[in-house]
Ligand binder design. Structure first.
Ligand code: SAH
Ligand code: SF4
Ligand code: F3S
Length: 467
């Protein structure tokens, strides 16, 4: 899943300049796409309870920071922002500051004890309580609710879209994770895995289609284990799995692109691949985090597959969906990682020819299996050097992946104006590669056929092919 560690996503708000007396809430979001979508759920809940959502920090009556705990530096960023909010509170003592999301769940009341300016601490499964907790905080009580739930999916809530393009939206299909990868904090801060009722997913996607959206990304920590049990009359039971759900979403409209994230190598099955191959509008891109190329390290990480199994999944993708892009995540310097293990990662990368990757240095998270049972024994400079090596290699692979596209034509969904020029649009291919091209007479949300003429390190360049 894409991560936003360094920058608080500042959204276009729904009520830019509310000229009424509603209290104003500013939401800043860190972390993965699930957190971005959760902020939209929060906005929806608060909106329904008489709050205006704004995008100017200085005008806020309530500041919410939706946080991430995945690595230490994700948390460091948040501490830095809390210092900034402290200054704001000095100028305007009535402002309420709330920490929500994964760091709220991890640190609980310690957050209030350590940071006197924090008025609210709300975990990922307690957002329905926000209006009550904000009211309590207005009366001077510290509001805290970090209960995790076995059922909460916010299924009935239609998130208020905080993005600005009106073209693509996130739809959470499940919450939590049962996987217990040894390094990972997510199961602790997000709770156990639960799937969302497909009826509510289809309703939400239909609402998006009706509002003009052209792309949805179905979100979950492990979408392949999506699972919903329907109990019908006479004890008739049937299940909706991820492949069924994909098909149901894809058939809502041929003009809707369907993406999803994240797939887990141990659970990605051929049924999903055949469904992807069958529907033109299910995008040909799979994010399949491998973490390491060494079987020994994968075992220590408790990933549930080895190098060979992962390679077989890549072969299956290439056989069933020949033009599918594949991206991945890597962790360097996990406990006991040797040069030999690291070399295994490099050779796997070369073999798989990933189109794109997110790469991280291992960061020990308190209370995880790795923190409890292993020693974080790879020296910082070794972690850094290995990270640099895989970043360099991936840079080369990403560039080669783009160069292979030169001369080919792709259907591109126009998502917005290019940052550099108003005369150009940007959009993505089915394979999730960004393309920049002269706009001609088209508009945002259109599908156009684009011939790739060149590329930069980050993007494809092209021109619209008139049909
Ligand atoms: N279920 C998602 C996990 C999201 S976390 C998935 O499997 O993709 C996104 C990525 O962060 C993980 O894939 C992993 O590469 C990285 N990550 C998780 N915990 C980490 C840690 N303790 N240190 C460094 N990177 C970590
Ligand atoms: Fe973390 Fe593993 Fe679950 Fe992903 S699958 S969220 S890495 S425990
Ligand atoms: Fe996502 Fe970070 Fe939480 S990656 S699930 S916001 S710990």
């Amino acid at each position: 899943m894409e991560l936003n560690e360094d920058l608080g996503a500042l959204f276009e708000n729904v009520d830019n300049q509310p000229n009424d007396e509603r209290p104003k809430v500013f939401i800043e979001t860190y972390g993965c796409q699930m957190n971005v979508n959760d902020s939209e759920v929060i906005a929806s809940i608060l909106h329904a309870n008489g709050y205006a959502i704004i995008n100017k920090l200085d005008d806020a009556d309530v500041i919410l920071i939706n946080t991430c705990s995945i690595r230490e530096n994700a948390e460091t960023r948040v501490w830095g922002r809390l210092d900034v909010f402290k200054q704001i509170k000095k100028r305007k003592p009535s402002v309420l500051v709330g920490v929500v999301g994964c760091m709220a769940e991890r640190l609980k009341e310690n957050l209030i004890e350590e940071q006197k300016i924090v008025d609210l601490v709300v975990g990922p499964d307690a957002y329905r309580e926000l209006p009550v907790l904000i009211r309590a905080a207005e009366d001077g009580q510290k509001g805290i609710n970090v209960l995790l739930s076995r059922e909460e999916t916010y299924g009935d809530i239609s998130p208020v879209r905080l993005d600005k393009n009106g073209v693509s939206a996130f739809v959470s299909i499940m919450r939590g994770c049962n996987n217990m990868c040894a390094y990972c904090v997510v199961p602790y801060v997000r709770g156990g895995e639960r799937s969302r009722d497909p009826k509510t997913i289809l309703r939400e996607v239909q609402e998006l289609i009706d509002a003009g959206y052209r792309e949805v990304t179905l979100l979950g920590q492990n979408v392949d284990s999506y699972h919903w049990k329907h109990e019908g009359l006479l004890h008739h039971v049937h299940y909706t799995n991820f492949s069924d759900l994909l098909e149901m979403v894809a058939t809502l409209s041929p003009n809707l692109r369907v993406r999803f994230s994240t797939s887990h190598p141990k659970d990605l099955n051929d049924e999903v691949l055949y469904t992807m191959a069958m529907y033109e509008n299910i995008c040909n891109h799979i994010h399949l985090p491998v973490q390491s190329g060494s079987t020994r390290i994968l075992e220590l990480m408790n990933r549930g597959y080895d190098r060979d199994y992962y390679m077989k999944r890549i072969n299956a993708i290439r056989n069933i969906i020949p033009d599918c892009a594949i991206s991945s995540d890597f962790i360097t310097g996990f406990c006991t990682e040797t040069e030999e293990d690291h070399t295994q990662t490099l050779t796997l990368m070369e073999w798989a020819k990933f189109d794109f990757a997110y790469m991280f240095k291992y960061s020990e998270r308190p209370n995880t299996k790795a923190a409890r049972s292993y020693t974080d024994d790879v020296a910082e400079e070794v972690k850094s050097r290995r990270l640099t090596e895989i970043i360099e290699l991936q840079g080369k692979l990403s560039e080669e992946s783009k160069k292979r596209d030169i001369g080919k034509s792709f259907e591109v969904l126009i998502e917005g104006e290019s940052k550099k020029s108003k005369e150009e649009f940007f959009g993505r291919t089915s394979q999730n590669k960004v393309v920049v091209f002269p706009r001609k007479n088209h508009k945002i949300g259109d599908y156009v056929l684009v011939e790739i003429t060149d590329c930069t390190p980050a993007t494809l360049l092209g021109k619209i092919v008139e049909e």
